[in-house]
Design a protein around this ligand. Structure first.
Ligand code: PMP
Length: 387
């Protein structure tokens, strides 16, 4: 078997369809900017929604923790990697989320994969398991559902009537409903209270990914599930976006946390987050409740961007957050617009199928509280020339 020829063929086919993925180098500069190919660009493609990745308190805590405990944790939390600050941060997270307990894990991708697989284990639950997932969930949730071996069915995006129809067919099985609270590619929001009420009515578990909401929405910025903690059984979120660091967490009941410590491969078999990362998470968690002005600024910027784009005739879908898609449809046109924007000093991401449904290729604009009103206005005037 000529493995290399197969891989080269695959890349060539992607190249031909203009779908080749390329790792480009970036140098983050803070203040919503980065340097790429020697040029400073306004960064509308990252997820540093509060600008915390350059906050002095996070940097100082990261240095302090590295100096005190070293740069690597050297083992799983179940062996020797469980620094005392894990439980301090978890207690604050659980309180912020309004849940009994929290558990810190590594990358959010790994968490969705391994937590969902553990929770949906039919041998533990003693019944067949069905996962009912929103059509637009992130790849990590989809892969977790597949890894679990549960039956998987998808409901139309944010369509509770469709979900109810699917739930009604599942009376024999254990059911886990999976959604995001703020959708990462569309910037729209799920109705968690309604999802939770439906889950309760059918005896289902509700699993919500708050990767794009943590730090930004809900009580004290702790995510939308913090506004209805009793209705959401398992809340997942990440530290790599608005919290300016890396890693992820689950907030849930004490029973679910204790079970995950037994069975979640991403916790049991993976090296604990390193001390400097824990330092920056600890600092970010303390800052989150104090960042009301930053959240209000981000909301004002997002609204200004959406209104400006819609006035120019662009389609921003159902965005209601800091994530603003500009739905173009045609993939080549979306790519050409991203290139033209970069020429003018703005970095936007082109998102194409299969990451988003066919026919909905788009620019994904993501704003940060580190951006200024002038950045939005300058961007809108460039967009006016690209209609
Ligand atoms: N869930 C969602 C909704 C995401 O958008 C992402 C990251 N793009 C993840 C999970 C994965 O988190 P991480 O980047 O920490 O692996």
């Amino acid at each position: 078997m000529d493995f290399e020829a197969a891989y080269l063929n695959y890349a060539a086919a992607r190249q031909e369809k203009m779908l080749l993925r390329v790792l480009k180098e970036s140098e983050p500069l803070g203040q919503g900017k980065l340097r790429r190919d020697g040029r400073v660009l306004i960064n509308f493609a990252g997820n540093d929604y509060l600008g915390l990745s350059h906050h002095p308190a996070l940097i100082a805590a990261a240095k302090r923790y590295a100096e005190a405990f070293g740069t690597g944790s050297a083992a799983s939390r179940l062996v020797t990697g469980n620094l005392s600050c894990f439980s301090e941060i978890e207690e604050k997270l659980a309180a912020g989320k309004g849940k009994e307990a929290a558990l810190i894990l590594a990358a959010g991708y790994q968490t969705n994969l391994t937590v969902l697989a553990a929770l949906a284990d039919k041998d533990v639950l003693g019944r067949k398991v069905t996962i009912l997932a929103d059509r637009l969930i992130h790849n990590s949730l989809l892969q977790g559902a597949l890894l679990s071996g549960a039956r998987l069915a998808r409901f139309h995006h944010n369509d509770l009537a469709h979900l109810e129809t699917l739930l009604a067919r599942e009376s024999e099985n254990a059911v886990i409903i999976v959604s995001e609270s703020v959708f990462g590619m569309d910037g729209d929001v799920a109705d968690l209270a309604a999802l939770g009420a439906l889950a309760k009515r059918f005896g289902a578990m509700l699993y919500i990914d708050e990767a794009h909401a943590t730090g930004l929405f809900g009580k004290n910025g702790f995510g939308l599930a913090a506004d209805c903690p009793d209705l959401v059984d398992i809340v997942m979120g990440t530290f790599g976006k608005a919290l300016g660091s890396f890693g992820s967490y689950i907030a849930c009941s004490k029973a679910a946390r204790d079970f995950l410590v037994q069975r979640c491969g991403g916790l049991v078999y993976s090296t604990a987050l390193p001390p400097q990362v824990l330092g920056s998470i600890a600092a970010a968690i303390d800052l989150v409740p104090t960042l009301e002005a930053e959240r209000a600024h981000l909301e004002t910027l997002s609204q200004r961007l959406r209104e400006g784009l819609v006035a120019l005739g662009f389609d921003c879908g159902a965005s209601a957050t800091q994530i603003v898609p500009v739905i173009i449809g045609d993939e080549a046109r979306a790519m050409a617009m991203v290139a033209a924007l970069e020429e003018q000093g703005f970095l936007a991401a082109a998102i194409r199928p299969p990451t988003v449904p066919q026919g909905t290729a788009r620019l994904r604009l993501s704003l940060s509280a580190a951006h200024q009103t002038e950045d939005i206005d300058a961007f809108l005037s460039v967009m006016a020339g690209l209609q």
